[in-house]
Design a protein around this ligand. Structure first.
Ligand SMILES: Cc1cc2nc3c(=O)[nH]c(=O)nc-3n(C[C@H](O)[C@H](O)[C@H](O)COP(=O)(O)O)c2cc1C
Length: 354
């Protein structure tokens, strides 16, 4: 018997989630996906409270009561460590010199914030149908606030243990994030990357271990990959990379260029911690080759970003993606430069009986 679909749980027409992608999309993509019957997602990890309110107002007013997802990171904000910051800036020194940047003028800072009471204060005015988290869950008090206003809660699991941990804390569904996935790995119990699995290894093991709907994510880009995940027992799918060439995506020009072109679907991707301090999958570029892709030099997530920012900005102003996070999953073959509403309708065909 097929698993009950997450469409019922989430109130959507389709068991399909447009993956939240911080820094790569905002309200426009969430609106397009929700209006085409999927669950559109608004990523909030990089938004101030005011920007978040404006984006939420835009989504609410353009989706006519259809459900949407609001996504947050749930990491523990680290204490800045002056020694590690100095070591990181030393590793980047040749690039400061190359681009004529004075490192003394670079401010520190986080750039990505975990879910907080301030974010919950804004969210409470909107009471979205779904709230999803990456890197675990926020504190029990914060989670209780979200539950009180009736939102369904989802979070990413990258191992069986993480799925069980999330199930024990009462999430409504687990997102099984396979190693193919673009962007940050959502792991939060163990930082040992050798424990990370591909989607089709992870999904069946999580399905066996928890009695919850499981959403497959990572490498799912078209009708064939959606049908495979659903046939294995997924209750739904979450698709990220395939949406990256839609006009609604807010990619830098070099990022869009790296994903375009005839051989783009076969680009070499790797996990790298250089851009933020945590492993994330992106297209291989110069700085990943020269400093990593995984290195001990960056400070704890998300503190690596600030020291990098002026180098990235300079390079991008010269049309180069050598120092930009070019987030992409391993399977970019579904990327199409068509509207997110049209892409969602194409993906929807996977759920119709043949
Ligand atoms: C550009 C980009 C940014 C991402 N940012 C987030 C994020 O802010 N929050 C989150 O929960 N997941 C984020 N992810 C991970 C996705 O939710 C999802 O796990 C992944 O896209 C699925 O694999 P795929 O890229 O192969 O479709 C991001 C992925 C990409 C490609």
């Amino acid at each position: 018997m097929p698993a009950p679909s997450i469409a019922q749980l989430l109130g959507t027409q389709l068991p399909l989630i447009q993956a939240p992608m911080a820094g790569a999309q905002g309200s426009a993509m969430a609106i397009a996906a929700s209006n085409a019957g999927a669950l559109g997602s608004l990523p909030c990890a990089m938004l101030s409270a005011d920007a978040m309110r404006a984006e939420l107002e835009a989504v609410r007013s353009a989706t006519g009561g259809r459900p949407f997802n609001v996504n947050f990171f749930a990491h523990h904000a680290p204490t800045p460590d002056a020694q590690r910051e100095a070591a990181w800036r030393k590793a980047l020194a040749p690039y400061y010199a190359e681009f004529g940047i004075d490192p003394a003028g670079i401010a520190g800072g986080a750039g990505r914030n975990p879910f907080s009471d301030a974010a919950a204060d804004v969210l409470e005015d909107f009471k979205p149908a779904v709230v999803s988290f990456h890197f675990g869950l926020p504190s029990e008090d914060l989670l209780a606030r979200v539950r009180k206003w009736g939102s369904k809660v989802l979070s990413s699991a990258t191992t069986v243990e993480e799925a069980q941990w999330l199930a024990a804390r009462g999430v409504d569904a687990v997102i099984a994030q396979g190693l193919e996935a673009g962007g940050h790995r959502g792991h939060f119990l163990s930082h040992d990357l050798s424990r990370q699995m591909g989607t089709f290894a992870l999904l069946p093991q999580i399905l066996k271990a928890v009695k919850l709907p499981v959403i497959a994510a990572g490498g799912i880009v078209d009708a064939a990959t959606i049908r495979s995940a659903m046939a294995m027992g997924a209750a739904g799918v979450q698709v990220g990379t395939a949406y990256l060439l839609c006009p609604e995506a807010t990619l830098s020009a070099p990022h869009r260029a790296a994903l375009s072109g005839s051989d783009a679907a076969h680009r070499h991707t790797a996990l790298t911690n250089l851009f933020t301090g945590r492993p994330a999958r992106g297209i291989m570029n110069r700085v990943m080759r020269e400093l990593g892709p995984i290195s001990d030099a960056p400070p704890e997530f998300p503190l690596a970003t600030a020291a990098f920012a002026p180098i990235r900005a300079k390079a991008e102003s010269q049309g180069s993606g050598d120092f930009s996070p070019l987030w992409s999953g391993q399977n970019a073959s579904g990327c199409k430069a068509i509207g997110a509403e049209e892409l969602t309708r194409e993906l929807a065909a996977a759920f119709q009986s043949p």
